[in-house]
Structure formats: structure tokens, C-alpha cells
Ligand binder design. Structure first.
Ligand code: ADP
Ligand code: MG
Ligand code: MG
Length: 246
């Protein structure tokens, strides 16, 4: 699904990713761990196509397509979802409006019919129920006045409605209390643990990986993957620290 080869990327004059390679197949959950400043967020931003993140060498293909040649909205329409530590608030725009517009613009980009209002509400109700979110929350402005846990549940409902092929979640678990963490863990499992989907979780914490068991764990240090293993590698890292393991 995602094949990254020898990726080099820089922000301004600073080179951050220095030859990163990673392959993710459908049905797999991968975790990336690594010290602060290793380049984890840079990887997420580069794959998402954030302006200012310049690829200087290497390639990334998504379902065989040159991901790096696509505009950010085209990457989303192709099935890439990015989740971040701090979901943004959008005053004046309801969750339902925001989600319907996001979904339908992606559907149009894929040459699919946009959903009607009634079809969309049916889908939103289904996903909200699946993720135990009150429909009233979806009528409120995006994330405005939401607690940390509510923002996370909202993000999981967004992911459920958008229904991406690949979710790239950058420290989406940082700073969460136990309940919010469980919401995120269950959300990822419910929506994304499917044979035709994949997840790349960037995290510092084993506690998320107890809920979402990764098939592969990678250590990113100095802009490259320096070690890969199974779920046990995360436990080893937690016990011994990055320096001993990487
Ligand atoms: P991580 O997410 O692993 O903590 P980042 O990808 O955020 O690491 O950052 C990797 C390195 O790139 C750090 O040394 C950071 O200071 C640097 N960096 C990140 N963003 C910028 C930027 N906009 N301009 C210059 N340097 C940056
Ligand atoms: Mg960091
Ligand atoms: Mg980061």
C-alpha cells in the first residue's frame, strides 16, 4: 500500500529525513517510535504534502501511485488520512457541515457521486453510534469547547466517515487520559483494523500499543529507520530506552 524508499526531506535549509525506507502492506499496523527531534512528524508532514517540506531524494508510492506528485487534497482523496496531537477548532462550522464537505470533495475527486444530505446523515449516525458519539456533538462547531476526550472521539468519527485506506496518526495519544486513550484505541481498531486498510502510528507510549497491537514496530532516529521488529520491540524500548536499542 505504502512504499517509501530512501526518502530525504528538508525544511528550509535543514535536512531532516536522511534515507528513510518503509513498506506498509494492506492489513498491517505499524508503529514508529523514536526520540524527540528524530523526524517523526516531518515524515507525517512530508507524506501529507505540507508546504515547506521538500523532498530532495527518494520516492513514496501509495497503491502504486507516486504519492509525492499529488497535491495534499489529492492524497486525501486517494485514501490518506492524517491525525495530529492537537485537533483544530473551527468556529462557525458545524462538524456535520465540515465532514459532509470533506467527504463529498473527496468523492468528487475520485469521480464518485457526492452523498445527498439524507444519505450523509444516515452515514454520520451510523459512524457516531459505532464510536459512541452523541449526534448532538456533531451539530456543534468543530471541536469548539470540546474536552480533550471529546476532540479525540470526534477525530475518530471523522476517520470513520472519511473511511481512509491508510491512517497516519502522529502522537494522537499524547496527553490523553485513560478514557480518551481507550476511545482512540477502540476507534483505530474498529475503523482501521481491516484487511484492506493500514495504519502508521507515531507514538512514544506502550499504553496505546497495548490497545492497538502493532504488527511491526520501527525506531526512527536521525532521519532514518534504524531498527524494526515486532510488537516486542516496543516493550524492549520502554525498558531500555532508545539509545540502548537503536
Ligand atoms: P519528531 O516529531 O520526531 O520529534 P520533528 O520531525 O518534529 O521530530 O523534527 C525533526 C527535526 O527537524 C528537529 O531537529 C526539529 O528541530 C527540526 N525541524 C522541525 N520542523 C522544523 C522547521 N519548520 N524548521 C527547521 N527545523 C525544523
Ligand atoms: Mg516531537
Ligand atoms: Mg513529532
Amino acid at each position: 500500500m505504502l512504499k517509501i524508499e530512501n526518502l530525504h526531506a528538508q525544511v528550509g535549509e535543514t535536512s531532516i529525513l536522511k534515507g528513510l525506507s518503509l513498506t506498509i502492506n494492506a492489513g498491517e499496523i505499524h508503529a514508529i517510535m523514536g526520540p524527540n527531534g528524530a523526524g517523526k512528524s516531518t515524515l507525517a508532514y512530508t507524506l501529507g504534502g505540507r508546504p515547506g517540506y521538500e523532498v530532495t531524494e527518494g520516492s513514496a508510492t501509495f497503491d502504486g501511485q507516486d504519492l509525492l506528485a499529488l497535491e495534499p487534497h489529492e492524497r486525501a482523496a486517494a485514501g490518506l488520512f492524517l491525525g495530529f496531537q492537537y485537533p483544530v477548532e473551527i468556529p462557525g462550522v458545524s462538524n456535520l457541515q465540515f465532514l459532509r464537505e470533506s467527504l463529498n470533495s473527496q468523492r468528487r475527486a475520485r469521480g464518485e457521486e457526492p452523498l445527498s444530505g439524507a444519505e450523509f446523515i444516515k452515514l454520520a449516525k451510523e459512524k457516531a453510534a459505532l464510536l459512541k458519539m452523541d449526534m448532538d456533538m456533531l451539530k456543534r462547531p468543530v471541536n469548539v469547547g470540546f474536552s480533550g476526550g471529546e476532540k479525540k472521539r470526534n477525530e475518530m468519527v471523522q476517520m470513520g466517515i472519511i473511511d481512509p485506506k491508510l491512517a497516519l496518526l502522529d502522537e494522537t495519544d499524547s496527553g490523553l487520559d485513560i478514557d480518551a486513550l481507550r476511545i482512540v484505541g477502540e476507534g483505530i481498531n474498529t475503523i482501521m483494523r481491516k484487511p484492506d486498510k493500514a495504519v502508521l502510528l507515531i507514538t512514544h507510549y506502550q499504553r496505546l500499543l497495548d490497545l492497538v497491537k502493532p504488527d511491526f514496530v520501527h525506531v526512527l532516529a536521525g532521519g532514518r529507520i534504524v531498527r524494526s521488529g515486532g510488537a516486542e520491540l516496543a516493550l524492549e524500548l520502554e525498558e531500555q530506552g532508545y539509545e540502548a536499542v537503536a
